[in-house]
Ligand binder design. Structure first.
Ligand code: GTP
Ligand code: MG
Length: 355
C-alpha cells in the first residue's frame, strides 16, 4: 500500500508540473499586447522629448524582467542624459500637464511622493479590453538595474524560475495578498522570496548567486557603484548558460510545494532577513529589530524583512503590516495544506489554490 501511495504521489507531482506550465503559458501577454505597449512607450517618449530633448524612456518592472502577465501595468523610467536638468518633482508636473493636453490618458501627477511619478490610465477599448495602466518615474536607475538582475535570474533557468514566479504572482493576486498599499507584499517582494528560496534554501541550489560570482575582468569602483550602492553582478547570460548547470533536478511542482512549506513553517519571520545577495541575515545585525526609530516604530515596518539586492539598507517588505503578515502566512499554510493533502487531480488542486 505504501508503494501504491508513493506511485500516486509521483504521478501527482508530474501532473502538477505539467498543469503549472500550461496554466502559466495561457497567462502570458500576447504579441499584440506587447506591440501596443511598445507603441505607447514610443509615443510617450516622443512627447517627453519636447520638454527634455536628451531624454530616454525605458521599461522596467515586469514588462522588462521576464515576469509579465497579461494586462500587467507598465513601469517606465525616464532618463535624462544632459547635465543640467529639472528636479524630478518639476518634471512630474510638466510632463503631467503635457500628457493631459496631448493624450487620451487620465493623468495623475504625484510630484511629492517618495519617488515622484506620473500615473497614467487609458480606458478600455475594443482593441485594449483592459485599458493600460502606466507609471512614469524619473532617473530611477536602481530600479532599471534590479530589473536587469531579475531578468538574468529568469533566464538562468526559465522553465523553473519563470513558472514559479508567474504562478506565485497570479496566486498572490487571486488570494489578495499582493497590495503594498493594503499592508501585503509587492510582486517585487514575492520574486525576491522565490529567488532567495531557490538560491539559499534549496540544496543543491537551483540558482547561482550572480552578485557574488567573480567578475571576468577587474571592475572599477565607478563602474560597480551607483548612488553609493554596489550594483555589480555577473550579467553575461550566454556564458552563464554554458557554465552553470544546477545539480538540483527537482521539478517545478516539487519546488513549489517546498516553497510553501518553507515559508509556512521554517522561515524565522521574527528574527530573519531574506537577502538574495548574502543569504540568511539577522534583523538585529541590520538594525531592523529595534523598537523605535526616527520614522515611526521600526518594528512595525520590519515585520517581514526582505533586503533589496542593491539598496541594502532598504526593506522591500516594509509595507507589510502585522495583519498583512498574518494573512500572508495563513495563505502559505493554506497552499501547503492543499498540496500535502494527497489531492488526486492536479488540475483541481491548482484551481483550489487560486480560488
Ligand atoms: P506586476 O506589476 O505585478 O506585474 O509586477 P512587477 O514585476 O512590475 O513588480 P512591481 O510592480 O512590484 O515592481 C516593479 C519594479 O519596481 C521592480 O521590478 C523594481 O525594479 C521596482 N520596485 C518595486 N518595489 C520596489 C521596492 O520596494 N524597492 C526598490 N528598490 N525597487 C522596487
Ligand atoms: Mg509593475
Amino acid at each position: 500500500q505504501q508503494q501504491r501511495r508513493l506511485i500516486s504521489r509521483q504521478r501527482f507531482i508530474q501532473d502538477f508540473s505539467q498543469c503549472l506550465f500550461e496554466f502559466v503559458v495561457q497567462l502570458l501577454p500576447t504579441t499584440e499586447e506587447m506591440a501596443v505597449k511598445e507603441d505607447v512607450r514610443k509615443l510617450l517618449e516622443r512627447l517627453i522629448r519636447t520638454i527634455e530633448p536628451d531624454s530616454r524612456l525605458l521599461s522596467f518592472g515586469s514588462s522588462a524582467n521576464g515576469f509579465s502577465l497579461k494586462n500587467s501595468d507598465m513601469d517606465l523610467c525616464c532618463l535624462i542624459d544632459s547635465g543640467e536638468r529639472l528636479s524630478a518633482a518639476d518634471l512630474v508636473t510638466m510632463v503631467g500637464d503635457l500628457l493631459e493636453r496631448e493624450t487620451k490618458f487620465h493623468v495623475k501627477p504625484l510630484p511629492h511622493a517618495r519617488i515622484p511619478i506620473v500615473k497614467l490610465n487609458l480606458d478600455p477599448s475594443p482593441a485594449l479590453p483592459f485599458g493600460i495602466a502606466c507609471d512614469i518615474g524619473f532617473e530611477n536607475r536602481l530600479a532599471l538595474e534590479n530589473t536587469r538582475l531579475l531578468m538574468c535570474y529568469a533566464s538562468v533557468d526559465p522553465a523553473r524560475v519563470r513558472t514559479m514566479v508567474l504562478f506565485l504572482k497570479v496566486w498572490s493576486k487571486r488570494r489578495k495578498i499582493n497590495s503594498p498599499y493594503k499592508g501585503t507584499l509587492s510582486s517585487y517582494g514575492y520574486v525576491l522570496l522565490v529567488i532567495y528560496f531557490l538560491m539559499h534554501v534549496k540544496t543543491p541550489p537551483v540558482l547561482p548567486n550572480l552578485q557574488q560570482m567573480p567578475p571576468l575582468r577587474p571592475i572599477s569602483e565607478e563602474e560597480s557603484h551607483l548612488n553609493g550602492y554596489n550594483i555589480w553582478f555577473f550579467d553575461d547570460i550566454e556564458l552563464l548558460r554554458q557554465r552553470w548547470k544546477s545539480a538540483n533536478t527537482d521539478t517545478v511542482a516539487e519546488l513549489l510545494i517546498d516553497f510553501f512549506k518553507f515559508y509556512s513553517r521554517d522561515f524565522a519571520y521574527n528574527t530573519a532577513v531574506a537577502s538574495i545577495r548574502a543569504g540568511l541575515l539577522k534583523k538585529e545585525d541590520k538594525g531592523w529589530a529595534t523598537e523605535q526609530s526616527d520614522i515611526g516604530t521600526s518594528r512595525e515596518r520590519n515585520r517581514l524583512c526582505i533586503e533589496d539586492p542593491f539598496e541594502t539598507d532598504f526593506n522591500v517588505a516594509r509595507c507589510v503590516t502585522k495583519d498583512g503578515l498574518y494573512t500572508i502566512r495563513g495563505e502559505f499554510m493554506r497552499a501547503s495544506r492543499i498540496l500535502q493533502s494527497r489531492p488526486d487531480r492536479a488540475i483541481l488542486a491548482l484551481a483550489q489554490l487560486c480560488e
